[in-house]
Design a protein around this ligand. Structure first.
Ligand code: ACO
Length: 257
């Protein structure tokens, strides 16, 4: 997708060496999101050059994202956006799967994704931050899983990382009250790896990206894959996965030597 096509979907992409920066670029609407934007995100993920090892997701302007563009729920709709299929139609779940593909690639072991969040991350925006591997928050960040308050479930891949990060009771409390979580509480709940003053957000993310890139690329990819599967494995299964990953990693290096 060209830069102009991405811009038309409220997105921009910068790739500098091994770091790709995806910017939600609709600040006048607080980066409210639409299906075309989610498909644009999926397209970025599908066409990421192999050299990219770190993906930063950020929002232009004062807020990361105000979530779904609420005009989609109105009769007027959003110009250029097709109406969503009715839930009664057989293709509804496939339609949502297409939207979810804008989020799922951020967990690919080939990359480490970092959400750089300032201001509000609400609903679909909060789920986008949760879809990333790591979150760096400005001290004015406010996170909110708003969907249940609007009569919806969070369906943009956010429920699994949320439960894994904060645990089931807290995830329940956050979702079913749809309350706002400030940056300081987000750090306590482990929804942020780091909280920094707003003016230091970009530098803190750049430092983190540099530290991630200083690690051996193949080892980093194999280790992310290993860690990601650990919670679904018994100790014995994970030990076996470690042995296998080590053999594969070292064999590949031997073959290259
Ligand atoms: N959809 C469409 N337009 C939006 C959205 C949205 N989600 N959020 C903000 N905007 C628009 C506003 O209507 C306003 O437009 P205007 O300048 O034409 O009046 C502009 O963006 C700026 O918004 P403000 O409210 O003035 O910005 P502020 O920084 O004060 O507040 C906040 C930001 C808290 C995010 C507020 O806009 C808000 O509550 N938005 C709605 C959040 C929401 O409920 N999202 C849906 C979550 S559920 C889901 O994502 C599935």
């Amino acid at each position: 997708m060209s830069a102009a096509e991405l811009a038309d979907r409220g997105l921009s992409l910068d790739i500098t060496d091994a770091v790709a920066t995806v910017t939600l670029s609709r600040p006048e609407r607080r980066n409210a999101m639409t299906p075309r934007m989610w498909h644009g995100l999926a397209d970025i993920g599908a066409s990421l050059p192999e050299q990219v090892r770190v993906v930063v997701v950020r929002g232009a302007g004062p807020s990361f994202s105000a979530g779904i563009d609420l005009r989609l729920f109105s009769a007027e709709g959003v110009q250029g956006e097709d109406p969503a299929p009715s839930a009664a139609e057989p293709g509804f779940e496939d339609y949502v799967a297409g939207l979810q593909s804008g989020y799922l690639w951020l967990r690919d072991p080939a990359i480490v994704s970092i959400a750089a969040v300032r201001g509000y991350a609400i609903g679909a925006g909060c789920q986008l931050a949760l879809a990333c591997d790591l979150r760096v928050l400005a001290d004015d960040a406010k996170l909110c899983i708003k969907e249940p308050a609007l009569g919806l479930v969070p369906d943009l891949t956010g429920t699994k990382p949320l439960v894994e990060i904060v645990g089931l009771p807290r995830a329940l409390e956050l979702c079913l009250t749809a309350r706002m979580v400030g940056a300081a509480e987000a750090a306590v709940l482990r929804m942020a790896e780091l909280v920094v003053p707003g003016e230091e957000l970009d530098a803190a993310v750049a430092d983190l990206a540099a530290a991630l890139l200083a690690t051996d690329a193949a080892a980093a990819r194999a280790t992310k894959a290993l860690l990601a599967q650990a919670s679904g494995h018994s100790l014995e299964e994970q030990a076996a996965a470690e042995r296998r990953a080590q053999r594969e990693l070292l064999s590949a290096k031997l073959a290259q030597a």
